[in-house]
Structures are given as structure tokens and as C-alpha cells.
Design a protein around this ligand. Structure first.
Ligand SMILES: *Cc1c(COP(=O)(O)O)cnc(C)c1O
Length: 392
């Protein structure tokens, strides 16, 4: 049995996979079993934020593995304390909770929102509705699936969790209508500032401002899901900083630890102590290896000038893309990129890119690029050359 046959024999068939076995990687290049090279414009869905096996990151992770790999949250570790401090200080949040994935970070946010209202307004108030947006994606657990505002996800697994109401993205009237219909019942509005899986669609500024205005008025928490858009992907540590807003809660995961599973829920003073002892937990949450990886990522992306380089490279990539005839337009912010094609199907272009040595992604009917944040212009040029060949 080769690798592909063996995996398909023993792993559940829940993923559509390409017939490609990746063996190793270095910075923006991956190698398959035969030694063929691939330029990586996908970063394992925005996870490998410093590319493959970045030296500083690998040293930090390997060093931690050889020092202490896990302790349980009955005890303290310095690396968890250091990472938490650095992330809270850099993001401007009061406290955080550690989980292991984006869905878990969002589960934590949902629990905080409901308990915040419970503590303040009492259980009888039933103030537990969370407004989410149509075309959103918040994860694959039952609560986060229920939160996800895409019909295609609401199959098979009935009953879904109640208490989620969808609003049309960028429709202020619909937001006000749903708040009115659920008056006194809403505890949070949860949204992605750039809808990732929904097609790399940034929310309009007016709509975002309306969310914050309404939430302020009714003591409703704002939850920003930055699982995909966070950690410098859009040129600032958080995309909310690009928009100039301060959500009560922000969730991070994908790019945060450079390839080690992690999820973080950040909260401001208003709700950072809602989860009292015993109300939430995670065996692996705040694992020292993940924290060491996260520290290395933060130290790298928060270094002077890194943010403006991300913006500059995003612009450079965009300029190259719009020159291509088959490309109708480019959406997204900085290195979070969605590409609208004129005639070709994104899924077919993505497959053709792979065959030609470029790892890309799709999101809805768009081609999606989430390259490593430290990609070089040279590597961008190499990837663009492959894309051009594919689109010609
Ligand atoms: C990927 C993603 C999630 C889910 O993250 P997992 O780590 O797969 O649980 C949640 N929200 C957004 C915006 C995402 O892009």
C-alpha cells in the first residue's frame, strides 16, 4: 500500500483530498515524496504563518519539547505566562483563555457571552441569543456549526443548538430588525471582519460601525472571529485594528502558533473574569509546546517593520494579479486574498496550480491565497509565474 491508499484505508473519508503526499518543507517551498517542489500560497490554510520549519520557530518548539512538554492546567508554566502576557499586551486585551483550535476558541466566546448575560441579567431573562452573519464560518463543533450562517452546513446533525439568529452581512437594516425582533434576548453579535471560508469578503466599514453602535446601546458583547484573519494576516496583529474597532472578545487560532494546534479567546475587562474557576477548561489548552511556538511567531511578526512588509507584499501580489487577463478582481486585505476569475472555475484552477507546483486554496467560487507572512517577493514572483501559466 502506498501512503495515499494506506491513509484512505484507516482515516475516515471526511476530507476531499488532492493526490499529493507532502514530505518536508523549507520556508515557502514544500517537497513531495518524489522530491518535486511546490511554492506554498496556502500555508496549510493560514496556519504556517512563518512558512515551513522556520528556524527560530523550530528552535523554540524543539527546545520546549526537550524541557517540559505538558503539565495540565493544575500547575503553572513560565512559557504559558510569557505567551499570555505578550499576546494580551500586544492585542490590548485584559485576559485570555487557551484552547486548541478555532472552533474551541469560538466555543469559549459563546460560553462567555451567555454567562456574561446570565450573571448580569439572571437566568430568567433568557438573554442568550447570539447574532451571527449569513455566509459566516465559525467551526465544526455543534455550537460553532449552529453559529455558522451557511445553509450548506446545516444538514445531517440535527438538532442544532438553539439561540443563533442570522443577519445579512452588510445589511444594517436587517441587523436592526433582528435586534428588535429579539429585544432583550441578545447577548452577543459574532462576526468575521473578513469572511474567510465565505469567499474572502471584508465587511463594509459602515456595517461594522453599526454593529458596535447597537451593541454599545444594549450592553451586547461584540465577538470578532479572527481565527483566519488574525495574527498579522491583514497587516496588523488583529484585523479589528485595521478597522479601528475594539471588540469585547476576539478569537485567534490558525496562524497563532505557526503550525502547532492552538486556539485563544481574548476578552476585555468587561468580560475577562466571567469564566470563574470550574466553568470552563481544556486538558491541552495552553500546552507549553504550543505556547513556545506562539511566542516565536509573536516575536517575529511584532518585530519593527514586519507589519508594513506584510502590507507591501500584499500590494505587490495584488498588482501582479490584476495584470492577469483572466482575473476579474482581487478581494481581501494584505496577505488574505480572494481572486475572482472571469471564466475559469476556481477549483479547477487550484488543481491545475497544484499540478504545476503551486499550492493554493479556494473559498466559495474564488481562488484564495494565504501565503506565509514572511514570503519574499522572489517567491511571490515564482508563484505568479505558475498561476499565469495555468490561466493562459
Ligand atoms: C478555520 C476557522 C474556524 C475553525 O477553526 P478550526 O481550528 O478548524 O476549529 C473558525 N472560524 C474561522 C473564521 C475560521 O476560518
Amino acid at each position: 500500500m502506498n501512503t495515499i491508499e494506506q491513509l484512505n484505508e484507516y482515516v475516515m473519508p471526511s476530507y476531499g483530498r488532492y493526490s499529493l503526499v507532502l514530505e518536508k518543507g523549507e520556508s515557502t517551498t514544500a517537497l513531495d515524496e518524489s522530491g518535486k517542489e511546490y511554492i506554498d500560497f496556502g500555508s496549510g490554510i493560514g496556519v504556517n504563518s512563518l512558512g515551513f520549519c522556520n528556524e527560530k520557530w523550530a528552535d523554540a518548539v524543539c527546545g520546549q519539547v526537550r524541557t517540559i512538554q505538558h503539565t495540565s492546567n493544575y500547575y503553572y508554566t513560565k512559557v504559558q505566562a510569557d505567551f499570555a502576557k505578550k499576546l494580551c499586551e500586544a492585542s490590548g486585551y485584559d485576559k485570555l483563555f487557551f484552547g486548541n483550535s478555532g472552533a474551541e476558541a469560538n466555543e469559549c466566546a459563546i460560553k462567555i457571552a451567555r454567562k456574561y448575560s446570565f450573571d448580569r441579567y439572571g437566568g430568567d431573562a433568557q438573554r442568550n441569543v447570539i447574532i451571527t452573519l449569513e455566509n459566516s464560518f465559525h467551526g465544526r463543533t455543534m455550537a460553532t456549526l449552529s453559529a455558522t450562517g451557511q445553509e450548506s452546513f446545516h444538514n445531517y446533525f440535527f438538532p442544532f443548538l438553539g439561540g443563533f439568529v442570522n443577519v445579512k452581512a452588510n445589511d444594517i437594516d436587517d441587523l436592526r430588525l433582528k435586534l428588535k425582533e429579539n429585544e432583550g434576548k441578545v447577548c452577543a453579535v459574532m462576526f468575521e471582519l473578513v469572511q474567510g471560508e465565505g469567499g474572502v469578503v471584508p465587511l463594509e466599514k459602515d456595517f461594522v460601525e453599526a454593529i458596535f453602535e447597537e451593541c454599545q446601546k444594549w450592553d451586547i458583547l461584540t465577538i470578532c472571529d479572527e481565527v483566519q484573519s488574525g495574527v498579522m494576516r491583514t497587516g496588523k496583529l488583529l484585523t479589528s485594528q485595521v478597522y479601528g474597532v475594539k471588540p469585547d472578545i476576539t478569537t485567534l487560532a490558525k496562524g497563532l502558533a505557526g503550525g502547532i494546534p492552538i486556539g485563544v479567546c481574548l476578552a476585555n475587562e468587561k468580560c475577562s473574569s466571567v469564566l470563574s474557576a470550574g466553568t470552563h477548561g481544556s486538558t491541552f489548552g495552553g500546552n507549553p509546546i504550543a505556547c513556545a511556538g506562539g511566542l516565536a511567531v509573536l516575536e517575529t511578526v511584532l518585530a519593527d517593520g514586519f507589519d508594513s512588509e506584510v502590507v507591501e507584499k500584499g500590494e505587490y501580489l495584488r498588482e501582479k494579479l490584476v495584470e492577469i487577463d483572466e482575473i476579474e478582481g482581487v478581494d481581501g486585505i494584505a496577505l488574505m486574498i480572494g481572486i475572482r476569475l472571469k471564466t475559469k472555475k476556481a477549483s479547477e484552477v487550484c488543481k491545475a496550480c497544484l499540478d504545476n507546483g503551486l499550492l493554493a486554496l479556494t473559498a466559495k467560487d474564488k481562488l484564495r491565497f494565504l501565503p506565509p507572512l514572511n514570503i519574499t517577493k522572489d517567491e511571490i514572483d515564482k508563484g505568479i509565474a505558475i498561476l499565469k501559466r495555468v490561466l493562459e
